[in-house]
Design a protein around this ligand. Structure first.
Ligand SMILES: C[S@@+](CC[C@H](N)C(=O)[O-])C[C@H]1O[C@@H](n2cnc3c(N)ncnc32)[C@H](O)[C@@H]1O
Length: 340
């Protein structure tokens, strides 16, 4: 999923100046030009986008071929059989479809029930959408995709969180309104900011931000955790910390450093943070949650080596007990984390 930036209720939203933003330089003639570093970053991003588009097209083509293959297979199975057998095949296919639809509708119903319970007594997780003025259309699009993803993942959880989208105004609101079926989502969608919408619970608000000095130890059901709805590749470093401090609300960072080394910064995307919180709600274990969600490429090489080493040691211990090399090999292969 793509990455992304935030503004504030406390006065005017912070704006990046050229001095604050190392990506631009001013030429003698005047207009800002991209620095060498920023050009490199931009080229890297463009390569990434091109690759992503290529992958998407390939997946679409693969799907089309699969549908075509199945259609042919079906037609072949009907050809050359008697009229009665043909009718039987069609009937059994119809029944299978019906069963599948009933199963889907049951799943939908159970998802609605879980989300309704979460609305009453689930962990409140707020996405602060007051940063759209700091994002370009691609970044807003990317944030909308992340929000869709968060809603889908939350709906699949056995005990989902209760999601809030606050500060839904202007461009961000128009983009959200284009999501098919969003009006049926079981969430709180607010035009107001979280500080207004949850004004009676200001002391329970905790703004999650990688720049906080406080490390989050556990999730507290009484609190509402706020995530900055921003896709900025950390152009707006510190913006959410500044906002929360100006509003006088608590802040905390995820305890990533206690469990893994990251190859660059510890700033994650909105959907990764939501997924980590959901995984933590399920497991009450940060390490499991980080390893399940943070992609391999964001982790330090040494971190995965340490992890692989741990696994090999575990497997060796097991092998000593079992004296069974085959099962030892299997453990190594199966347990190396594969979520890159
Ligand atoms: C892409 S980041 C935005 C970074 C932005 N420059 C900022 O100052 O917050 C999206 C949001 O995810 C949350 N987030 C990302 N990494 C985090 C971390 N390591 N700990 C806590 N929250 C984090 C924050 O709420 C953040 O605003």
């Amino acid at each position: 999923m793509p990455e992304s930036p935030g503004g504030g209720d406390a006065g005017a939203p912070p704006q990046a100046t050229e001095n604050e933003n190392p990506q631009t330089e001013r030429t003698a003639a005047g207009p800002p030009v991209l620095s060498k570093n920023a050009r490199k970053k931009l080229a890297k991003q463009q390569r990434f986008e091109a690759k992503k588009a290529e992958k998407k097209a390939a997946a679409k083509e693969q799907k089309r071929k699969e549908v075509e293959r199945k259609r042919k297979e079906w037609e072949e199975s009907l050809a050359g059989v008697s009229k009665e057998e043909k009718a039987k095949l069609i009937e059994s296919r119809r029944n299978l479809r019906k069963e599948r639809m009933e199963k889907r509708s049951l799943e939908k119903e159970s998802k609605r029930d879980r989300l309704t319970v979460a609305r009453e007594r689930g962990q409140n997780v707020v996405v602060d959408l007051q940063f759209s003025h700091l994002m370009n259309p691609n970044e807003i699009h990317s944030l909308v995709q992340q929000i869709m993803y968060c809603y889908a993942v939350n709906g699949r959880c056995a005990s989902p969180a209760h999601l809030w989208l606050t500060g839904c105004e202007g461009e961000m609101d128009s983009a959200l309104k284009r999501i098919p079926g969003i009006d049926k989502w079981i969430i709180e969608k607010e035009n107001r900011s979280y500080i207004e919408a949850l004004s009676n619970r200001k002391e329970d608000l905790v703004y999650l931000t990688a720049d906080s000095e406080t490390v989050l130890e556990e999730l507290d059901l009484k609190k509402a955790y706020v995530i900055g709805g921003l896709v900025d590749r950390n152009r707006w470093k510190g913006i959410t910390l500044k906002k929360a401090e100006e509003q006088g609300i608590q802040t905390a960072k995820l305890p990533i450093g206690n469990f893994m080394k990251m190859s660059s910064s510890q700033v994650l995307t909105v959907n990764q943070v939501v997924e980590i919180l959901l995984k933590y709600l399920e497991t009450r274990d940060w390490k499991t949650s980080f390893f399940a969600v943070i992609p391999q490429r964001k982790r330090c090489q040494s971190d995965s080596e340490v992890n692989a080493e741990d696994i090999i040691i575990e497997a060796e211990e097991e092998s000593e007990q079992n004296d069974d090399i085959t099962s030892n090999k299997k453990i190594c292969v199966e347990e190396v984390p594969s979520n890159s």
